[in-house]
Design a protein around this ligand. Sequence first.
Ligand code: CP
Length: 310
Amino acid sequence: MGRLRSHDVLGLREMAPEEMTLILDTAESMKEIIGRDIKKVPTLRGRTVVTLFYEPSTRTRTSFELAGKYMSADTVNIATSTSAVVKGETLKDTARTLEVMGTDVLIMRHPVSGSCHLLARVAECPVINAGDGMHEHPSQGLLDLFTIRQKKGRIAGLKVAIVGDIHHSRVARSNIWGLTRLGAQVTVAGPSTLLPPQAEAMGVKVTSRVDEAIEGADVVNVLRLQLERQKGGLFPSIREYSRAFGVNRERLDRAQPDVLLMHPGPMNRGVEISSEVADSAHSSIEEQVTNGVAVRMAILYLLLGGGEAA
Ligand code: CP
């Protein structure tokens, strides 16, 4: 296995396609490890992984923690609500405090776009962006690429529809950068009030008609309606949103017969996605979660330069 050229993992916009492919290839070996009865290798013994989350998370934080533990690293989770952050400590002071205790990698989620880049400027250890505002969520983008590649055997040439609240979605941005760099044809669809004005400049087709985006798609990635980030007035009501933009059986039938249905989670069942399709044979939603552990193991391994993966 090679090494990452980058010191940090901050976004897929700045990641070279070869680095993405290296992470996906490495994640294949990591997935084999997490399929074993004893999920433990000594690769990162003596290394310390710290997660610092200023926003809630189930999947990302737990999978980074498990990724570290499966490779024998010491893992520490900082919940900002019970840390000195509530006393007004700055991000820089928090980061330096954690670093001088011996942290080898800092993984941060923060509500402000660009905050992980700021952290990377003040920290000496590698920084992993676990989601910064509406900007990027690179490990989610990589696990989605990994899932598509495993299920479809390739990424180049696939027709991918990303549907829902694109404007507020860091997952959408990381998916768009990753998918377009690796040769997929991407269409984004949602209410025109939830489509970012700069989307076309990112190399994707944009439409407010979900049916048009899904027509003939190989992959449909449904995004959560981010109710906590809505300022109001962007769509008439939840019921109206579900009727006009929600992905249900009838809509999914417009895609290829072997369409792969994805959602990064957490889902608003009955809003952006119906339970019928979320729990169908097309759905890779649970496998995405498993793959998230493998991809995050690969990222930690490649950043921290572990020894033999197995
Ligand atoms: N997909 C995702 O980032 O989920 P969490 O918010 O649970 O980490």
